[in-house]
Design a protein around this ligand. Sequence first.
Ligand code: ATP
Ligand code: MG
Length: 360
Amino acid sequence: MDKPYRVGYMLGDGIGPEIVPAARLTVERAVAVAGAPPLEWVELPMGASALEEHGSPMPAANKKILAECDGWLLGPHDSASYPKEWLERLERPPGGELRHFFDLYANLRPSRNRPGVSGVVGGVDLVTVRENTEGFYVDRNMVRGSGEFMPTPDTALVVGVFTRKAIRRIAVTAFELARTRRRHVTVVHKSNVIPLAFGLFVEECEAVGRDYPDVRLDAYLFDAMTAHLVRHPQDFDVIVAENMFGDTLSDLAGELVGGLGMSAALNAGDDHAMAQAAHGSAPDIAGQGISNPVGMMLSSAMLLTWMGTKHADPRLHEAATRIENAVDLTLENGPRTGDLGGSATTVEFAEAVEAAITDA
Ligand code: ATP
Ligand code: MG
């Protein structure tokens, strides 16, 4: 018998206890239909409730258990709501802590128009590959700030870090991804004003590109890129960028296709990956059971794809594709949640996606 894959899940704050179980439901169904063994789920405490029960929003014991998992589903955390004395002691928010600890250096955020969701523009199908560990957000740390300091009370300095090693691995991630898509990578930079750091970034992406002669590589200045992305988003397939540019571009691309509840993300390293929707804990609608679980579902599908590649298991790839298709089928035919103009509850929507998986 196949050894089951282990997957962690953490509900988190706000709408987390609604969207994470909804995503889990669809993953279980998709894995079953694809003929893979049932996943072994491990629930772990995270967020405000973990803070109350275990004294930390991301208890240290979690990491030991997660190290034994291929990946996990992470719900949103509303760190801003934690008691002030905790915020002062918290080095990183829960998600940041796991990104740092497991060296999840790649943040992948796809943006694609979906049926029944009106975007600002049409024809978008791209993935932003954001470097997650350095650049201008060096080791984000809630206590000490992001690599910044004040030599005098009137001057603040902030450093950016660019290393060949980190650029190389994010470039490899982008090129590998491009090979599964339309074989086109766009590197975004600002080497005209920051020549050393972005010179290195572009140079290393080009060097990696020489190992992928079948993938087209082009480069855009960051400012020009924002305009191109709005006017001609169809021109892009995989976009690779340092931390801050990637943060900005992925939000922009996400907005182009509409709907924060739709935005998926995967934080991936060499050994582990974390599915975490790109939106926050949505405290304004939490507890009503009306949140949109699509972002969390699509993030979970990305995790299955990542695991499928890691274990060379086509069944996991099939399960991921089925979730993608079932989400589209459901968005097209209804029901939908309130943020998309419908009146379905999170559970009703999730059950509709679950039912659609068999034919997806
Ligand atoms: P954070 O500060 O945690 O990053 P945020 O305040 O930037 O989060 P969200 O918590 O994502 O943003 O919420 C922004 C708005 O989008 C809110 O009005 C929220 O209700 C809505 N929203 C976010 N995610 C969803 C979802 N999955 N379903 C429905 N509405 C959502
Ligand atoms: Mg907020």
